[in-house]
Design a protein around this ligand. Sequence first.
Ligand SMILES: [Zn+2]
Length: 264
Amino acid sequence: MTDPEITWLDPDTVQLRQPKTSHWEAPFLFLLFGRSRSLLLDTGATGDERAFPLVRTLDRLTAEWLRRNPAIFTRPYPLIAAHTHAHGDHIAGDRLLRARPATTVVGTTPAQVISFFGFRRWPDEVVELDLGQRVVDVIGGPGHEPSAVAFFDRASGILFTGDTVLPGHLYVRDAAQFRSTIERLLRFRDTAATPVRELRGAHIEMSGTPGVAYPPGTLEQPDEPPLPLPPRVLDRVLGALDALPGEPDGRVARKRFILVHEPG
Ligand SMILES: [Zn+2]
């Protein structure tokens, strides 16, 4: 059993990283605490609590936060487990959470995502999710995967972008939708009442050398760059899309990411 790497980004926000020893993808998960409930973004690459103790970790972090926030009386304190998208390394822990008290696991089909968050115009509408004095904007984000969404946390200024924008390979499955999503994120960034401070995706794959990624399957990444990307990276992604070859596996390397055309 290997515990995740845990980083409190602020007193109400936790970044978890599934250890490479339990899965080479080592996805990042995020836990946001509000006055009435918490929100987990992604459930990891493993449905085996012994390999990656997701429930135990959530219980421990929640108990710690509740101790620090004695004005919150709701017991059990509710959790919504949502996903940046439905690929296996982001949803495998769902089965562990279905048995957890006061936990709602959001479905992973586009229809389930649309209905849970209440999108009426998918994917162009931005909808709000209120965690209790903490509002998260949910932004439609298909293109890497049909049910993908991005989450903007107004409290921290972090835009959680899943596998759509991260320091690694950006796999473009549907090029037209992916472009629309980047344009939508740019519009959001440029018009949001609360400034977007940084982007946090779900993996780090780049090496210490700009434009060069560790090969898929790498277990040791001693020179990986930090996870956060500046908001201007969205302009770079849009520019790279213009240069992306149309054939499968066409790629465009930029300093902080590699765009890969992977239709299908
Ligand atoms: Zn993915």
